[in-house]
Design a protein around this ligand. Structure first.
Ligand code: SF4
Length: 327
């Protein structure tokens, strides 16, 4: 359904005295594919570029280079009118429902807004459709005349999901959809998203910094560090048999209910380097407990460990002794 090829997004920043123009390399050559009906989880620390990738897929920001194919069409070549029509098929759920819902609009106005923008349905029909959507996300239809501030965070996110579903999209980019919610509410929203996926045949790009929630909902996972993918695979491959040292460190900090299963806790040393001037070689080498000399100068190539498991790390390449395929 979605193919991303060598996607780059560089944001210009003011350079210091005497320096030329500098750029924040938010995305620096990311390639991935998402199949119809699956959930692809994108995980990594804040600032690793995962949300930038989501915004590029909707062209809410324009990539610097690369290609994005949605159902075989390169969306970066579409004009404004074509892109407007395509947005019926790709929708977004935002992180913070408190700021993504207009406080001056009623729930009816918020959920029917996509119909109004795309000039779909008469007023009476829109009313019925909004009621259907509210029921689908577990809200009472009496909510239509109320305003966002009259609801809890979880209910506001349900309203945001109802709006995202209005145009019957095929792909939903969910940017940290549960991060702003209480832990007890997070599970309800994730379960709702899974129910809606089964009911409407949705495909999700699920972006989050929380590995447990990504593991729970995703069929496949991509781990990002400083604008690049470092490991991708099925949920079980990445979370049960992580190979990249960064993935291993992320997983070691996740509490496990079974002490026998808990890996030894590893601490991620130091701050993430600046994306304006990322380290040469492997970008993770300044924080990696296994860094070798070659890691400082040689960028790791993609290693295919299995048909679905890919990792970018010299250590994995050396450990595989030729059994893994270097792309
Ligand atoms: Fe660590 Fe080297 Fe692998 Fe990078 S390439 S993750 S520095 S071992």
């Amino acid at each position: 359904m979605l193919k991303i090829r060598e996607l780059k997004k560089y944001f210009p920043v003011k350079a210091g005295l005497g320096k030329g123009k500098e750029h924040v390399k938010a995305l620096d050559g990311v390639s991935l594919e998402i199949q119809a009906g699956e959930t692809f989880g994108l995980v990594g620390e804040s600032g690793c570029g995962k949300s930038t990738l989501g915004y590029c897929v909707l062209r809410l920001i324009e990539p610097t280079a690369g290609e994005i194919f949605f159902q075989e069409r390169n969306i970066l070549t579409l004009d404004r009118g074509e892109m407007r029509r395509l947005r019926r098929e790709i929708q977004m759920i935002f992180q913070d429902p408190a700021s993504s819902l207009d406080p001056r609009m009623t729930v009816q106005q918020i959920v029917e807004e996509p119909f109004v923008i795309h000039r779909l349905h008469a007023k009476r029909e829109r009313l019925e459709k909004v009621e259907e959507l509210l029921k689908a996300v577990g809200m009472d239809v009496s909510a239509t005349d109320k305003f966002p501030h009259q609801f809890s965070g979880g209910q506001r996110q349900r309203i945001g999901i109802a709006r995202a579903l209005a145009l019957n999209p095929k792909l939903i980019v969910a940017d940290e959809p549960v991060s702003a919610l209480d832990v007890s509410i997070q599970a309800q929203i994730v379960n709702l998203m899974q129910e809606l996926q089964a009911r409407y045949g949705l495909t999700y790009l699920f972006i989050s910094h929380g590995l447990p929630v990504v593991e729970h909902i995703s069929d496949r996972i991509g781990v990002m560090y400083l604008g690049k993918l470092v490991e991708t695979g099925t949920s079980a491959e990445v979370c049960r048999h992580p190979l990249h040292p960064y993935t291993q460190i992320l997983l070691s900090s996740v509490p496990s209910p079974d002490p026998e299963q808990r890996p030894e806790r590893q601490i991620l040393a130091g701050e993430a380097p600046s994306p304006v001037n990322p380290p040469g070689g492997c970008r993770f080498h300044t924080r990696c407990p296994h860094a070798m000399e070659r890691c400082k100068v040689e960028e790791p190539q993609e290693i295919r460990v299995s048909a679905t498991h890919r990792v970018w790390c010299h250590l994995v390449e050396e450990a595989s002794e030729g059994s893994a395929q270097i792309v």
